[in-house]
Design a protein around this ligand. Structure first.
Ligand code: SF4
Length: 169
């Protein structure tokens, strides 16, 4: 699996100041995708344990409140194992920092049985739909997308929308 880039301090993807990583490869091809350079599974760079170590190290700063994993498609079958390894290491190292993941898949339709969900706090799901774009939306690009509290959803076995406005613990 491969990744496209890491941002050491990202204030545009999720609450607070975060480390973010963009995974490489996506099959959805949403019209007006914000990140077309991440679609080719052969693009980007090798994702390995050195990259995971780097992300963990970058997140050690007190002002970093969490990790955001975007794409590309972090939950594509080619990428989900690496996404899980990263999220699992991150939560083991920083249990008080949050992991947010953006995906074009739907949690209840496609992902409910995926182990990776155990290590994700918030999932923003659904493909970007340009005709439903609204720049005022928080954490998502189009109105069809959902900002999901993953752990509450797993507990209830139904989608629970994340409703905290401030930086979560
Ligand atoms: S799922 Fe995300 S990365 Fe993939 S095409 Fe759609 S907006 Fe772009």
């Amino acid at each position: 699996m491969r990744y496209n880039k890491i941002r050491k301090m990202d204030i545009s993807n999720g609450p607070g100041v975060r480390v973010s990583i963009f995974m490489q490869g996506c099959v959805f091809n949403c019209f007006n995708c914000f990140n077309p350079e991440t679609h080719d599974f052969k693009g980007g760079k090798e994702f390995d344990d050195i990259v995971i170590d780097k992300v963990i190290d970058l997140a050690s700063k007190d002002y970093i409140v969490g990790l955001s994993i975007l794409g590309g498609e972090p939950m594509h079958p080619n990428n989900i194992e690496g996404t899980m390894r990263l999220a699992k290491r991150f939560k083991a190292t920083y249990p008080d920092k949050t992991v947010w993941v953006w995906t074009g898949f739907l949690m209840d339709r496609d992902l409910m049985d995926k182990e990776a969900l155990k290590y994700i706090d918030v999932l923003v799901d659904g493909q970007y739909k340009d005709e439903l774009r609204n720049p005022m939306l928080k954490y998502k690009g189009s109105t069809n997308q959902r900002v999901i509290d993953v752990q509450a959803s797993l507990k209830k076995q139904e989608i629970v929308i994340y409703d905290k406005d401030e930086v979560p613990v």
